[in-house]
Structures are given as C-alpha cells and as structure tokens.
Design a protein around this ligand. Structure first.
Ligand SMILES: [Zn+2]
Ligand SMILES: [Zn+2]
Length: 447
C-alpha cells in the first residue's frame, strides 16, 4: 500500500527524472521512501568510452561539457551546459526516478465540447481516435487555420477514458500558454498541467500535461499518447536532442502524433506508406489560403539603417492604416528591426521581450495599429483582419516552412477570410518560390 509521504513522492516523480538535491520534499521523507526501495538513484553525468553524457538531455557534443573545480566535492567535476537552464547538473549529482508501484489515478473524464467540425476535421478526428485505440503513431498535416487543436479533443478524451497519460508538447511557451486553458475548459475535471521554463512547480500527478518540448527532458517513460504540435518548428527541427526528448518521455509502446502545417517530404512519405497520414488541405472556413505577392525592395537594409523608409513599404503601410487594418511586419534580425523601429510608430517584439504578450494583446484590441516582429510570431497567433509583410524575405532564416507559417497568419477569421501577404525582397529565393508553390498546390487540392 502506498500512503502518505510515499504517495506524495509517487505522484510527483511518476514518469519524471529529477535531481535528488532539488526534490521539492523534505529530506526525512525522501530517505524514508528510499528505504522502501521505491527510488532509484543514478549519476547525472555518465561516462561512455571516456566521454561524458548528461543523463537528462543526452547532449552528444563534447563542447557542452564544462570542467570546473567543484566546491561541493573539492574535485574537478564536469557539468552539462546544454540543459543548464533547468539547473546545473554535475558529474557528482544524482538523478532519481520512481521505481515503486504505478499511480492508480482513475478519473472519469468529463468532456465539455460540442463544437462543429468540417467534413475533413471530422474525418481526421476519427482517424486520430483510431490511432489511439490501435496504438499507432500518426502524422497530421493541417494547413494554417484548419482548426487543428479541436481535432485533438476527441482523441484525448478517448485516451483519458482509457486511463492513459497524455502529453501535448510544443516548441513554444506562447503556445503552451494559449493551449493549456483551452484544454482545461474542455476537460473540466482533469488537472491539466502547463509546464514551461519559469512555470510554477506543482507537486500533484496529472494525467494530462501541456509542455514545451524542452521540458520533456525531465520525463522518462511517462506518456502513453504524445502529441507533438508544430513538429517542424524551430528549434525542434534543428535540435536532435529535443527529438530524443520526445522519444524518452514517451512510453515504449506509446503513440506519437505529430501535428504540423508544414511537414517535410521525407516524413510525409514515411507516414503515407504506413497509412498513418492525415491531411486537412482546407481552412475550417473553406476559403483559400492567401497567396503571397513578391515585391522587390532593393537595398532595403541600407535604406532602413540610414533612417529612410522605402517608398513601396511606406505605400503598403499607408494602405493598411487607411483601411484600418492591423498589420504585422516580419524582420530577419533583431538588429535590423531595432534600426528600423524609429521609422515606425508601432512597437517591436522579439523572443526575449518580456512584454511580448501585452504587445500582441495591444494589437488584437486595436490599441496599436501594427507590430514589428522577428520570426517569433510566425505561428500560433491569430489577429482578425491582419495584413502581413515580410521585409527581406530572401534571408536564410525565412525558410519555405517559415514563410508558409507567416502567410498562414492572414485571413484566419470566418468573416474576413482574405488579406494581403507580401514578401518584400532583395532577390527571389528558392524558398520563397517553394512556399508560394506549396500554398497554391494546397488551394488546388480536391478531396
Ligand atoms: Zn544536459
Ligand atoms: Zn563535484
């Protein structure tokens, strides 16, 4: 029988790996549970062929491991820099995992959603429920504005009803903050926990977690059903350790559901072959995706840095303001954006901006006419009637999938399903072409 102290630890630690010294429980309590044989301790940094390997993030790069004189053990120790922002893990630290009885968390979930589906949404929702039942992984390819969150509801309900543990992981904190309250509304008697850097630490067990992909590093063998939202989004694509984190956090026989608007071809083909590819080519309101226009803006970089507003850009801005349409202007770098900011009468946002949320709200409420932004707002943001311009669409950071996502900000509302998306450039790139061609192709799909 699991009671009292051991139950508290069981609930917190189930599916997690945690630094022993940072366990949010009293020492006496931890020792007692340890004596019961429910905890397994292992070194935070293991040595494989004389190379250090962090047991939390498995970072393979030897540059990530820093040797230092450790005050704790008065020796030369090594710590992992890669996952440092979750607290320093050194070679003399212990991690702990729960090896006692599994949590007996039978909750009859309530399901509070009765929205309407389009035909395509209904089909994919059924395919997803099937995947959960059959424990088959799946790729969901849903265009920007297809209403992909709603599609997950019924499959999550199925999983929770089967007493499975569910996680929705996404690369961005903004998306966690947006999704968690929505899920909480749909599953009112489930404790939906939101995990992201700086989130308040809850000790209770949750059968439904919404987390940044980064936070998954703290989990192991935890989830039966794992949804990975915007699976292609930066930094996910570029960080193999985060993909490994998804693998590690999932149970061996669990299911992974990738949800994205821009899958790469190889991934798509692989799932198609396994008959595990779901496709929603149209937005929920049935209108076409806005097709980007290309406009040359020669030497825009020099002009903006010299404090000169390029004429075409000025005309575009005036158009938006005259029609009273909110606008987003994407820049390739913070540096260029900050140089250009003085020319605009609207705020600028970037990843480290603490007032990011407030600024987006100000745009949504009409308090400001527009926003300057880096690629940080390329997805997950919906502003009714928004018009979008990309400055320097030829920059390497604007990959085809980033440009598709950015274009996907436009025309999302049912009552205003169109709008302008313009790529201002100093030369057309292949990625710009690929993005436009793909959008046209999606518009032409008949299902
Ligand atoms: Zn690490
Ligand atoms: Zn040490």
């Amino acid at each position: 029988m699991i009671t009292g102290d051991s139950k508290a630890l069981q609930h917190f630690l189930s599916g997690r790996i945690w630094p022993l010294e940072q366990l949010p429980f009293e020492q006496k309590m931890i020792e007692q549970v340890q004596r019961q044989g429910y905890l397994e301790l292992f070194l935070a940094v293991e040595w494989l062929n004389n190379k250090p390997q962090c047991q939390r993030c498995f970072c393979p790069s030897s540059d990530a491991y820093i040797r230092y004189h450790c005050a704790k053990c008065d020796k030369i120790c090594v710590y992992c820099r890669h996952c440092l922002n979750m607290g320093r893990l050194s070679s003399c630290d212990w991690l702990v995992r729960w090896i006692g009885p599994a949590v007996d968390a039978v909750v009859e979930p309530r399901f509070a959603w009765d929205g309407q589906f389009t035909e395509a949404q209904a089909r994919v929702s059924r395919e997803l429920i099937d995947s959960v039942k059959k424990r088959q992984s799946r790729l969901i390819h849903a265009v920007c504005g297809a209403g992909k969150t709603e599609i997950l509801f019924a499959a999550i309900y199925e999983a929770l009803t089967q007493n499975l543990r569910v996680c929705v992981a996404t690369p961005r904190t903004d998306v966690v903050l947006e999704l968690a309250p929505r899920f909480q509304q749909v599953f009112p008697n489930i404790d939906v926990q939101a995990l992201y850097g700086g989130a308040e630490q809850k000790l209770s067990y949750s059968s439904f977690i919404v987390a940044t992909t980064h936070q998954l590093l703290r989990f192991e063998d935890a989830f039966d059903v794992m949804f990975v939202d915007e699976a292609d989004a930066f930094p996910y694509t570029f960080d193999a350790t985060l993909q490994q984190a998804v693998q590690k956090a999932r149970k061996k026989l669990g299911v992974t559901i990738l949800v994205t608007a821009t899958p790469d071809t190889a991934t798509k083909l692989q799932y198609e072959k396994e008959a595990a590819y779901s496709f929603i080519p149209r937005r929920f309101h049935g209108y076409d995706l806005p097709v980007p226009r290309f406009e040359s803006l020669w030497f825009y970089d020099k002009q903006l840095r010299m404090g000169r507003m390029p004429k075409k850009l000025a005309r575009w801005l005036m158009g938006c303001e005259e029609r009273g349409q909110p606008y987003l202007i994407f820049f390739s770098t913070i540096d260029l954006m900050e140089h250009a900011a003085a020319l605009f009468s609207v705020p600028a946002v970037h990843a480290e901006d603490k007032e990011r949320k407030e600024k987006v709200l100000a745009l949504r409420s009409g308090e400001v006419a527009g926003l300057l932004t880096t690629t940080i707002l390329e997805r997950g943001i919906t502003i009714p009637r928004v018009q979008v311009a990309v400055i320097g669409a030829e920059s390497a950071i604007f990959t085809a999938s980033a440009l598709i996502q950015i274009s996907g900000r436009v025309g999302r509302a049912q009552h205003e399903p169109t709008g302008d998306i313009v790529f201002f450039h100093h030369g057309v790139t292949r990625d710009m072409d690929v993005a436009r061609r793909e959008i046209k192709r999606l518009n032409a799909v008949v299902m």
